[in-house]
Design a protein around this ligand. Structure first.
Ligand SMILES: Cc1ncc(COP(=O)(O)O)c(C=O)c1O
Length: 340
């Protein structure tokens, strides 16, 4: 997210919709000094054929956010359903007709020195036009990071705690400066945990394998979607088990998943090709089915989507207002349509 953001963008801050330029926090804000915030990342996908913007699993994201805020004792008063309504309204006010990224942030807001947090909390929701996070059209070259994934007993990796992202930042900075696209972090047991900002899947002997949520990983919502799509649409057996580092070098396929990255194939790890160094069949098929599901082209997965313009009603998991859209296909497999 390196592009300049328009200061007239409307954001939700202090309980109101205000221009981004007016959403400011003080220099002594607790979260700024001590990392005591919890954020979320939600995608909205524009379907050109149906002229609709779909928020992807916003209810699950807000449920996870509120749960994770509880770990830091941050209170976010609105319910997940009310937060979905705020989000839809925000995108309508900004009149987005492109892929977007939604960034809710809750934080310890007291303006005083002292590490022990008190009970002053605040939250904001920002939505931005947003295209690719990683350019994975030809597959990524990843490296195993010298940095280890944070332990649950230090800072829980399952929550998107602001301070914890120093760990991801160190790992991805190291990887990029060394010429790689993304870092893979091992946990303190030496097992593969995840990418710096994404979960990881490998194909071995025809089975799709990902580390369980007890391996110090974020409990990814894309991870969950991919497991369901793999079983139901690709007919793959999905296994959650610990992954050794050296399995990365002998597997048949490897890919990252996440709200920002989507489905991002990895074709080289630590200068070794994954199989033949080309994007594999499972990753390609998963990219296509994920694209179709997130643009509302697959009726079975409309349960995940909240339309922004056709209805302001919030999702009730299995009863989401929807009328189908056209037959748009991913013009470039491996690439989520970019924001304009
Ligand atoms: C460290 C980490 N792992 C995994 C993910 C993927 O999670 P999700 O699919 O819910 O976006 C993210 C997403 O931000 C992340 O930061």
């Amino acid at each position: 997210m390196k592009a300049e953001v328009d200061p007239s963008l409307i954001v939700y801050f202090g309980g109101q919709y205000v221009p981004l330029g007016e959403a400011r926090v003080g220099i002594l804000t607790h979260a700024l000094h001590y990392g005591t915030g919890v954020f979320e990342g939600i995608r909205a996908f524009w379907d050109e054929a149906g002229q609709e913007l779909f928020a992807m699993r916003p209810l699950e994201h807000y449920e996870r956010w509120k749960q994770n805020c509880g770990i830091l004792r941050i209170d976010v008063p609105p319910s997940p359903v009310e937060l979905c309504e705020i989000t839809v309204e925000l995108m309508r006010k900004n009149a987005f007709r492109t892929d977007a990224y939604i960034r809710p942030l809750a934080y310890k807001s007291a303006e005083r020195i002292g590490v022990c947090p008190d009970d002053e909390d605040a939250f904001a929701v920002v939505a931005l036009p947003y295209g690719d996070y990683l350019h994975s059209d030809r597959g990524l070259h990843a490296s195993v990071s010298p940095w280890r994934r944070i332990e649950d007993n230090a800072i829980p990796a399952r929550a998107k705690i602001c301070g914890a992202y120093v760990n991801s930042g160190l790992a991805s900075d190291e990887a990029r400066r060394s010429g790689f696209d993304e870092a893979i972090l091992l946990n303190e047991s030496g097992h593969v945990a995840e990418g710096a900002t994404c979960n990881i899947f490998m194909v071995r002997k025809g089975r799709l394998i990902t580390p369980p949520v007890t391996e110090n990983v974020l409990e990814g919502i894309t991870r969950d979607s991919v497991m369901e799509l793999a079983r139901r649409e690709l007919g793959l057996e999905v296994v959650e088990r610990a992954i050794d580092r050296s399995e990365l070098y002998v597997c048949e396929e490897l890919f990252f998943t996440g709200t920002a990255v989507g489905i991002a194939p990895v074709v080289r790890v630590d200068h070794r090709p994954v199989r033949d160094g080309e994007i594999g069949t499972a990753a390609r098929r998963m990219q296509q089915v994920y694209f179709d599901a997130t643009r509302g082209h697959l009726p079975d997965y409309r349960k995940w989507l909240m339309p922004v313009y056709r209805s302001r009603k919030t999702p009730e998991r299995d009863a989401i207002p929807f009328s189908g859209s056209g037959d748009q296909k991913a013009d470039q497999p491996g690439r989520i349509a970019g924001a304009q």
